[in-house]
Design a protein around this ligand. Structure first.
Ligand code: 5GP
Ligand code: MN
Length: 344
C-alpha cells in the first residue's frame, strides 16, 4: 500500500481519471463520485464517472450527472470501457470489495492504473495502491471532503461540490439521525453550508420528490407486504417482481422502505426482500445494539455497516424469506443479546 505522499505525487500532473462506485448508487456513492470529479476537473484532470448500473431519479440534479456513463447500458459501455483502458488513475468510491461493481471489478483488478479506494465500509479487500478509508466516517462524502482539505484545496470546494458531498452525508446519516452522526459530521456539514450548500433544497430534492406511484407502492407495501415477528424483534417486507411491475417501480422506489419496518416499537432487525431480474436483493437495518453486516456477510453474500447492510440470494423469494426466518430464530442470541456474558 502506497503512502499519501505517493498519491499526491500521482495527482501532481494532469491525469486521465476514471471514477466508479457501487451498483445501484445511492446519494453517498454518487455524491462522493461527482463531488470528487468536479474537484479533480478544477485541478486540470480529465475525469470520467462510470456507474455499474443506473441510479435513482432523485439524484440526477448533481453537477456532472449528464456526463455519467452507465456500464450496464449497451450504448454507453464501449465508451466507458475505453475510458477505463486510457485511465492513469482509478478511484473506487463507497465500496471496499470489487464484487460490488459487477463486471467492472475484474477490469479494475487487471488494470495497470494507480487505484485509489475511498470508503467507509468494514473489511476492505486489498485491491488499491492507496486507500483513504475509515469506518469512523459516516459517509464516503465526509472522507472526500477531508481528502480535499488534506490536499490543501479546501478553497476549491464550491457550491456544486458542497451540494454533492452534503447529499451523501445527509442520507448516510439517515438525515442526521443515525448513531454515526458524529461531531465531525456536523463540523464538515457546517463547512459545506459555508461553501453554499442549500440544505433544505437538497433534502427536498431527495426526500420530497415522490411520484404518485411510489407513494401508492409504499402504502401497498406497508399494508400488504409487511411481516412482523414481534417474538423475534424482527419485521420485514417481501416484494415480488409482480408487485414492482404493478406499481411501475423505478430505480430508487424501494429506497427507505425498510426503515418503516425498523420504526416499529420493539423491532430491532428489519429487512426488505425484493425480487429483481438478477435475483433477490436484500436490505438489512438494525437498531444500534444489533449488528447486521456480519449476518449479511455470513448468510447472504453481502456486507455493509453495523446497522445498515445488504446482500443477495439466488434462491426463490419464498425460499430466501424462509431461510431468513429460520436463521434469525437460530441466531437470536448472537443478534439480540451480544453483550458479554458475565460468569457468576
Ligand atoms: P442498501 O440496503 O441501502 O442497499 O445498503 C445498505 C448498506 O449495505 C450500504 O452501505 C451498502 O453499501 C451495503 N450493501 C448493500 N448491498 C450489499 C451487498 O450486496 N454486498 C455488500 N458487501 N454490501 C452491500
Ligand atoms: Mn456510503
Amino acid at each position: 500500500m502506497e503512502a499519501l505522499a505517493t498519491f499526491k505525487k500521482e495527482l501532481s500532473s494532469p491525469k486521465n481519471i476514471f471514477i466508479t462506485t457501487h451498483v445501484k448508487p445511492d446519494a453517498d456513492a454518487l455524491g462522493s463520485s461527482l463531488g470528487l470529479a468536479n474537484y479533480l476537473i478544477k485541478k486540470g484532470h480529465k475525469v470520467t464517472v462510470v456507474t455499474p448500473t443506473d441510479y435513482p431519479y432523485f439524484l440526477t440534479w448533481m453537477k456532472g450527472n449528464d456526463e455519467v456513463l452507465d456500464f450496464s447500458k449497451p450504448s454507453e459501455k464501449a465508451q466507458a470501457q475505453s475510458r477505463l483502458e486510457e485511465a492513469d488513475m482509478i478511484f473506487c468510491l463507497d465500496f471496499s470489495v470489487l464484487n460490488r461493481v459487477n463486471e467492472l471489478g475484474e477490469l479494475i483488478r487487471k488494470s495497470k492504473a494507480f487505484v485509489v479506494n475511498i470508503d467507509h465500509h468494514q473489511d476492505p479487500e486489498d485491491f488499491a495502491h492507496f486507500r483513504y478509508w475509515s469506518t469512523k466516517a459516516a459517509a464516503t462524502c465526509e472522507l472526500v471532503y477531508e481528502l480535499i482539505v488534506e490536499l490543501g484545496d479546501e478553497s476549491l470546494i464550491d457550491k456544486d461540490i458542497a451540494e454533492c458531498l452534503y447529499a451523501g452525508i445527509m442520507t448516510d446519516t439517515g438525515g442526521f439521525r443515525h448513531p454515526n452522526t458524529t461531531k465531525n459530521v456536523h463540523l464538515v456539514v457546517a463547512e459545506l453550508l459555508d461553501k453554499g450548500a442549500d440544505s433544505s433544497q437538497i433534502a427536498n430534492l431527495i426526500y420530497d420528490s415522490n411520484s404518485v406511484n411510489r407513494l401508492k407502492f409504499i402504502g401497498f407495501a406497508i399494508t400488504r407486504r409487511l411481516v412482523v415477528r414481534e417474538d423475534l424483534h424482527t419485521a420485514y417486507f417481501v416484494i415480488s417482481k409482480k408487485d414492482l411491475k404493478k406499481y411501475q417501480s423505478q430505480t430508487g422506489d424501494t429506497e427507505g422502505l425498510v426503515n418503516y419496518a425498523l420504526s416499529l416499537d420493539g423491532i430491532k432487525l428489519a429487512a426488505l426482500f425484493s425480487e429483481r431480474e438478477d435475483g433477490i436483493k436484500i436490505s438489512f437495518r438494525s437498531s444500534s445494539d444489533v449488528a447486521v453486516n456480519k449476518f449479511a456477510a455470513s448468510h447472504f453474500n453481502g456486507g455493509g455497516h453495523k446497522n445498515a447492510a445488504g446482500g443477495k440470494s439466488a434462491q426463490t423469494l419464498k425460499e430466501t424469506v424462509e431461510r431468513f426466518e429460520s436463521l434469525v430464530e437460530q441466531c437470536q442470541v448472537e443478534l439480540f443479546h451480544s453483550d458479554p456474558v458475565v460468569a457468576d
